[in-house]
Design a protein around this ligand. Structure first.
Ligand SMILES: [Zn+2]
Length: 193
């Protein structure tokens, strides 16, 4: 049986919440990764430059104690930098960062498309719905391989509900993007309020 316009709009609103949730999850993930990559790349430039500086300047040679101390500190930072690079290779930061940026864009586009549909502004209603649904399925299947935890899902759900000002299954529209420290009404879907 074909879906009525109202049913399509209802499902479209659900998908606005869903795609905004996923967008937020990857946006947060991307922010953390970007900061880590920045520190890693900065250290990989900083350490050799400072070492070269210490060896090439004359004035520091007059203070051998300081020179040795500086080199000891630098070698500690150097070890840290090497470990960080190894960690980033093993956990594939760069690949994850690229994926997150793409996921943010894809889910943003989906969110806007679903919103149009939900408001009844999309041309060729039923056809657009089928297209959007297929694309969403494809995006979700890729996203599901990226280790999304239960708590990620809860914060994503909160973001989606806040955007649409919709109550969660627990009956509450979350007031803050983050789960409150003191949860008065627990809920597994939004994390509680
Ligand atoms: Zn809830």
């Amino acid at each position: 049986m074909a879906m009525t316009e109202q049913q399509i709009q209802g499902e479209a609103w659900d998908n606005v919440v869903h795609s905004e949730g996923t967008r937020t999850i990857f946006e947060d993930r991307g922010r953390v990764l970007k900061a880590r990559v920045k520190i890693r790349d900065f250290l990989s430039v900083f350490v050799p430059i400072v070492v070269a500086f210490i060896y090439s300047t004359d004035w520091i040679a007059k203070y051998p104690d300081y020179k040795n101390l500086a080199l000891v500190l630098l070698s500690i930072v150097g070890v840290f930098q090497v470990l960080m690079s190894a960690w980033s290779l093993v956990s594939k930061w760069d690949e994850d960062l690229a994926y997150s940026s793409r996921a943010v864009r894809d889910n943003y586009e989906q969110r806007e498309g679903w919103k149009e549909l939900a408001k009844g502004q999309a041309p060729d209603f039923a056809h657009t719905f089928t297209l959007m649904k297929d694309r969403q399925k494809l995006i979700d299947s890729h996203d599901s391989e990226r280790d999304i935890s239960a708590s990620d899902r809860q914060s994503g759900m909160r973001a989606g509900l806040i955007l649409c000002q919709r109550p969660c299954v627990c009956g509450i529209v979350p007031q803050s993007a983050k789960k409150p420290l003191w949860v008065r009404k627990p809920c597994t879907v939004c994390g509680g309020n």
